[in-house]
Design a protein around this ligand. Structure first.
Ligand code: MN
Length: 254
């Protein structure tokens, strides 16, 4: 089985090494093609207005001077001589839960994989200061990653779908298990912009410093993490709001 690894935290991020170690439990044919710099928050963006360079660091190890989507495209079209059987994106440092996932470069790399018809899974380790203080903030991902992947490999795979996995911010032995969940949502839009002044006296703004409020709906990814479970959410690329199709069609009828 050929596995392609990518992420949005960049080629040198510790979570990429964790993802690679997990992948090696399933195959020796593991390829890395990841952004050369951190691309968190890049979403599904594609670089169109400047050249993208491909850097080869070693056998099967590449970095791309672009976004996570660029990296998957480069891997599929330039790097690999045959498509991978599996794309693993992550392990992201920090959660990708609820409606945050459209910002996520980690999830978007898996979306790009799904578009190409490859079974793709995004992985994120929810961050906690307490766990980071123990020295291995990816401990839950390391231990529970393979247990999460194995059943997913055996599950049927539908075109234009992908899987979003989040690991709770707990030590591995404190994780309760794995729960399949639906995508939750946050209560407020991202209002947290902090204003400051740079050393030259010019204003700057910094996004997303405060935690986002959310209500824990039953069956959601947010609830699974809050309950101490690994969250596994199947996603689809079709964003159509099917319930509105007929209602809108009636509005536009002659
Ligand atoms: Mn990230």
């Amino acid at each position: 089985m050929r596995i392609l690894i990518t992420n949005d935290d960049g080629y040198h991020a510790p979570g990429l090494a964790v993802m690679e170690a997990i992948a090696h439990e399933f195959s020796d044919d593991v390829w890395v093609c990841a952004p050369s710099e951190e691309q968190s928050g890049a979403g599904h963006s594609l670089t169109l207005n400047r050249p993208v360079r491909l850097q080869k660091f070693a056998d099967k190890r590449f970095a791309v001077t672009g976004t996570p989507t660029d990296s998957v495209m480069m891997a599929l079209r330039e790097v690999l001589d045959a498509p991978p059987d599996l794309i693993l994106s992550g392990v992201n440092r920090g959660a990708n839960l609820g409606d945050d996932i459209t910002y996520s470069g980690t999830v978007s790399a898996a979306i790009e994989g799904a578009l190409a018809g490859v079974r793709s899974i995004a992985f994120s380790q929810v961050y906690s200061r307490d766990i980071a203080g123990t020295g291995d903030e990816f401990a839950a991902a390391r231990e529970w990653g393979p247990k999460t992947i194995q059943p997913l490999l055996e599950a049927p795979f539908e075109d234009r779908t992908l899987i979003n996995v989040n690991f709770p911010p707990l030590l591995p032995e404190a994780v309760h298990g794995i729960r399949v969940s639906r995508q939750g949502f946050h209560d407020y839009s991202r209002g947290s912009i902090v204003e400051g002044k740079d050393p030259r006296g010019h204003r700057y703004f910094w996004f997303g410093l405060h935690p986002i409020e959310h209500t824990l709906d039953h069956g959601t990814d947010l609830e699974a993490i809050d309950d101490g479970y690994v969250s596994v959410t199947p996603l689809q690329l079709d964003l159509t709001h099917h319930a509105a199709l007929e209602i809108l069609a009636a509005r536009f009828a002659d």
